[in-house]
Design a protein. Structure first.
Length: 85
């Protein structure tokens, strides 16, 4: 037969604190989810506005990337023309 070790009061307190931290984290996530759901339910244009914000952010990122690519292509063109001239 194996004997189970008794947890010390410090270990018990640490286990309880870890358990409560996990409960707190899930509670906060649940509250944030409920707030988002209530906002979505209360505003008929919530998803439209969300889509517009995401598309505007994507447009900015893609425009920045296109600008960098254009600048790189211009540098390559100038280097090519410099070598061929």
């Amino acid at each position: 037969m194996t004997e189970q070790q008794q947890a010390t009061p410090g270990e018990t307190a640490q286990n309880e604190a870890a358990r409560q931290a996990v409960i707190l984290a899930f509670s906060i996530a649940g509250v944030l989810l409920m707030v988002a759901a209530q906002r979505a339910a209360g505003d008929p244009d919530f998803y439209r506005g969300l889509r517009m914000r995401w598309s505007k952010a994507a447009e900015r990122v893609l425009a920045r990337a296109a600008g960098r690519l254009w600048a790189g292509a211009e540098r390559a063109r100038r280097a090519y023309e410099g070598e061929s001239a």
